[in-house]
Design a protein around this ligand. Structure first.
Ligand code: CP
Ligand code: NVA
Length: 317
């Protein structure tokens, strides 16, 4: 990745590692409080928080890749907090036919108060942050997916209490979601065991960063070893948006499926998480994802509550 000189005067949400431990904890706690508040006041999903904390604030949401959860949760989060959002698909924008990221950043900064970007390349995200005059939010890149993991932390803690000291196991592709989980393991002081084939292991620089920053992280090619004594088992698609070696991935990753047998090797109290969309019969069996240990629907709902907390942090609220 290119090393960009980011402006320090904006609260960009680019990666979990750009947050302090205190900030990360505050965002999750804020999301929990906002969820409780929403449950007590809303009659319908289209409600607006009585205090409208983001009144007069606006968000542009740029998608270079498809999205269901991220798009709808950010749009509804802005609405429920009293703000305004504009959805921009890459192919509808001049960005999609060659206008530069830097010029797009400068122009959008004239119109909106923050920009959310789902980008093909992490470098584009960093470039946008360098040139924008408003906060930039990472809504997934080829490198990371930090918004998702904030929802995952909230979900774990709702079901099992503090995540501190807990063992989180990952089986499958060491992809963008896995990388943000590695970042989170350092910020939230939990243990992380990843089972990945060598060719799909998480980037060494990320694992090295975690180890150098006090992370308890192990990488193995043995899923049974990774899930032993785990409090939570996680996986994600074997073929992420933009991956082109689909057949090779399906073959190589087949032994890493989260099956009932694999779940049985974790703690009996372990929960199963998946950011979705899922491919039943590939990275996870139907029995697991639809079974009693799965908390995937809470995890999906929590995207809404954590997006609100992330937005409020970016706006300094
Ligand atoms: N988990 C997630 O980011 O889902 P979408 O791709 O639907 O936004
Ligand atoms: N790893 C997946 C996550 C989708 C939310 C992808 O990048 O496609």
């Amino acid at each position: 990745m290119t090393d960009y000189k980011l402006k320090k005067d904006h609260r960009h949400f680019l990666d979990l590692i750009s947050l302090s431990k205190v900030e990360a904890r505050e965002i999750v706690d804020k999301a929990k409080a906002l969820k409780e508040a929403a449950k007590s006041i809303n009659q319908s999903k289209g409600f607006v928080h009585p205090e409208a904390p983001l009144e007069n604030q606006s968000l542009a949401m740029i998608f270079e890749k498809p999205s269901t959860r991220t798009r709808v949760s950010f749009e509804m989060a802005m609405h429920q907090l009293g703000g305004k959002s504009v959805v921009l698909q890459n192919h509808d924008m001049q960005l999609g036919r060659g206008e530069s990221v830097s010029d797009t950043a400068r122009v959008l900064s004239c119109f909106v108060d923050a920009i959310m970007l789902r980008a093909n390349s992490h470098d584009a995200l960093l470039e946008m942050a360098e040139h924008s005059n408003v906060p930039i939010i990472n809504a997934l890149t080829d490198f990371s997916h930090p918004c998702q993991i904030m929802a995952d932390i909230l979900t774990y803690e709702e079901h099992r209490g503090s995540i501190k000291g807990k063992k989180i196991a990952w089986s499958g592709d060491g992809n963008n979601v896995a990388i943000s989980w590695i970042h989170a393991s350092v910020l939230f002081d939990c243990e992380m065991a990843l089972a990945c084939p060598e060719e799909y292991s998480p980037l060494e620089q990320v694992v090295g960063w975690a180890k150098n920053n006090g992370g308890k992280i192990t990488i193995t090619d043995n899923p049974e070893e990774a899930v032993k004594d785990a409090d939570c088992v996680i996986t994600d698609t074997w073929i992420s948006m933009g991956d082109e070696d689909a057949d090779e991935r399906l073959n190589t990753l087949a032994p890493y499926q989260v099956s009932e047998d694999l779940m049985d090797r974790a703690k009996s109290s372990a929960i199963f998480m998946h950011c979705l969309p899922a491919h039943r019969g590939e990275e996870v069996s139907s029995e697991v994802i639809d079974g009693p240990q799965s908390v995937i629907w809470d995890e999906a709902e929590n995207r809404l509550h954590t997006q609100k907390a992330i937005l409020m942090w970016c706006f300094g609220k």
